[in-house]
Ligand binder design. Structure first.
Ligand code: FAD
Length: 465
């Protein structure tokens, strides 16, 4: 098949190159194959052009050109989207990866960070001031996609979802116009950005509220597989009302060859609790006690560390270039039926990179009303992700089957929707359920801000007619 990019008018490409300060990369360019790659190696798309934007002006040129040429825009922040929404066949990719400016204002405890920052970039900037906000648990994930979809991390229970800490956003809209969105200005757009994903425009920079978090006490505890029901029940009960300074999530994990795990147990499957205590250090052990008392701890790596160290602790397990297939559900309660389903499939986690996480949605995340932002599932208690990640495409069938079977087993014990940032590319039929109660309002706002659905390479909200 001849890609649309091969037909892109030479004059249009020349026009782009004359206006853009970053890079304009088209098929035939030596950089093209590198530039079209995203984090999930399963994605193999051939965009018409990739614009590595240097600044907001570049983004405006790119979006206007896409409009004039009738091309879809694929927005790339950190490139971590599992369905590969940071690229698409025949689309114009607006890649913000070069836009990594970040300015902390220690007086107002805020940061303005550009759309190409990863959480590693972000935490590096804020740690110097003893400040932080909720971000992803892997440092290479982009702040942009993660925040616009919600943003679940170690600090959610204390300070809310990442998007709950958003104060304002600079946005290039589908017609190429530039606006600032906040509670004061374009408040309907600001509402939609917080949970609506990349449907409404290219966010060139984000302003966040920061909190006094510098060094934390945290890490991981491993438990035997057969103790998982006890650990899950203890987690379910305790995390509902635990002190908000405690972040914790349940996981299944094959033991990597790390020094804190007995050598003879390397490669064995365990269940785990990952924890982050951001309160007074001398209270940390007390806050971890209910986990320790749930069952025998086989191995642990828990102690004081800089917050960015915990935020990058698991990076080695998920290098770029793995194959990814994920599924997600929201859960009201970890019932006996749900625990039974976890016990059937969790211990079968196929490779060391794959995992299942059960994140709490409570504490400060529940201080915000279910309709106050576009995030449609505030009333859930947990967001579960079955994250299939493996190195070899030969293993695709077996790994995808495991994710699908696990997901099917969880469905009867779950809400209809899942967290959009954990959803797969075959989840288009779940879009309404994933956006939940706010879907109709989102469709109306989509019709206002992006009536031709220029930004459709995402968990797509079709404009209301
Ligand atoms: C290894 C790994 C770990 C993860 N951990 C977490 C976690 O701890 N917590 C969590 O909540 N999620 C997590 N996620 C999911 C993550 O939130 C999504 O994959 C998210 O989309 C990644 O954002 P990105 O900018 O890196 O993605 P990209 O692939 O760059 O973008 C994804 C989509 O987001 C939108 N988008 C990106 N940038 C912009 C922008 N500047 N303006 C407008 N729209 C934009 C676009 O629709 C784009 O199509 C993780 C994902 C991976 C692969």
């Amino acid at each position: 098949m001849i890609s649309r990019s091969l037909q892109m008018d030479e004059k249009v490409i020349a026009g782009l190159k004359s206006q853009v300060r970053g890079e304009v990369i088209t098929p035939g360019d030596d950089r093209y194959d590198g530039a079209r790659k995203v984090y999930n190696a399963m994605i193999d798309k051939r965009p018409a052009a990739i614009i590595r934007c240097a600044d907001v002006a570049d983004v405006i040129v790119a979006v206007k050109t896409a409009g004039a040429e009738g091309l879809a825009v694929a927005i790339r922040g950190g490139g971590h989207s599992v369905p590969g929404f940071g690229t698409a066949d025949d689309a114009l990719v607006v890649d913000l990866g070069r836009m990594k400016g970040a300015r902390v204002d220690p007086t107002s405890k805020t940061i303005r960070a550009e759309g190409g920052c990863t959480w590693g970039d972000f935490n590096h900037s804020t740690y110097a001031f003893g400040l932080a906000t909720t971000g992803g648990i892997i440092s290479t994930t982009g702040i942009a996609g993660l925040t616009l979809g919600g943003g679940i991390g170690h600090l959610t229970r204390g300070v809310g979802l990442s998007m709950d800490n958003l104060i304002s956003a600079d946005v290039v809209l589908a017609d190429g116009s530039f606006v600032n969105a906040s509670e004061m200005h374009n408040s309907d757009l600001f509402w939609a950005l917080r949970g609506g994903g990349g449907n409404f425009g290219v966010v060139t920079s984000f302003q966040y509220r920061l909190h006094e978090v510098k060094d934390i006490v945290g890490g991981v505890m491993l438990f035997e597989v057969e103790d998982a029901p006890k650990v899950l029940r203890a987690y379910n009960k305790y995390i509902a009302d635990a002190p908000r300074q405690l972040g914790a999530f349940f996981a299944w994990q094959i033991a990597p060859p790390l020094p804190f795990i007995p050598k003879e147990r390397h490669g064995d499957t365990f269940c785990a609790i990952v924890m982050c205590w951001s309160g007074q250090p001398d209270q940390a052990n007390k806050s971890f006690l209910p986990f320790r008392e749930a069952a025998h701890v086989v191995a642990e790596f828990v102690g004081p560390m800089p917050y960015p160290a915990l935020n990058s602790m698991f990076d080695g397990l998920v290098p770029p270039g793995l194959q990814h297939y994920w599924k997600a559900v929201f859960v009201r309660d970890l019932t006996d039926g749900a625990i039974e389903a976890h016990m059937k499939f969790g211990p079968k986690v196929p490779v060391v990179n794959s995992t299942i996480h059960i994140y709490p949605i409570n504490g400060a995340a529940h201080d915000v009303g279910p309709e106050a932002t576009a995030f449609g599932h505030r009333d859930a208690k947990f967001a579960t992700v079955i994250a299939g990640m493996w190195p070899d495409p030969v293993q695709n069938e077996a790994n995808i089957r495991w994710v699908k079977d696990y997901y099917a087993a969880l469905l009867p014990h779950s809400e209809r929707g899942g967290y959009i940032n954990f959803a797969a590319d075959d989840d288009a039929n779940r879009v309404e359920a994933n956006f939940g109660r706010n879907f109709d309002k989102l469709r109306k706002l989509k019709a206002r801000y992006d009536p031709s659905n220029r930004f459709r390479i995402n968990q797509n909200i079709k404009p209301a007619s």
